[in-house]
Design a protein around this ligand. Structure first.
Ligand code: FES
Length: 126
């Protein structure tokens, strides 16, 4: 028998950056926004409750340079950046995108803030 441990179908990178108190720059996890501190746990628990945590891997990550739009999370594959997250939005993203296969366009970052990627090979110095 040929057995291979399956890859996750999705990785969800949730920005967990928290700016120190008094820092003027916004951050995805904030003392001023108690819900922002609970979003990663909510994401992980929702995936567990749906029984899909084995194929959807939630990952805590640092700043992804879209702090003004926070709280944010990136869904891979697809480079889909979701912004302005709340628990309700995460629930809908799990239902419609992760399970249903359809990106929740109204929560996706604006194209002006999420241009096409730059290929590293074009930046390499000869
Ligand atoms: S703090 Fe989350 S993107 Fe910068």
């Amino acid at each position: 028998m040929n057995y291979a441990l399956p890859q996750p179908a999705f990785y969800i990178f949730k920005c967990q950056q928290s700016a120190p108190p008094g820092m003027p720059k916004p951050s995805c996890v904030s003392q001023n926004n108690p819900e922002s501190q609970q979003l990663f746990m909510h994401l992980a628990q929702s995936l567990m409750q749906k029984g899909i945590i084995s194929t959807v891997q939630p990952i805590q990550t640092g700043c992804m340079n879209r702090c003004q739009q926070g709280p944010v999370m990136l869904v891979e594959p697809g480079h889909t950046m979701y912004v302005g997250l709340t628990k309700e939005k995460i629930d809908r993203i799990i239902e419609e995108h992760i399970i249903g296969g359809k990106v929740v366009e109204e929560y996706v970052i604006s194209p002006e803030m999420w241009g096409e990627p730059i290929e590293p090979k074009t930046l390499v110095q000869p």
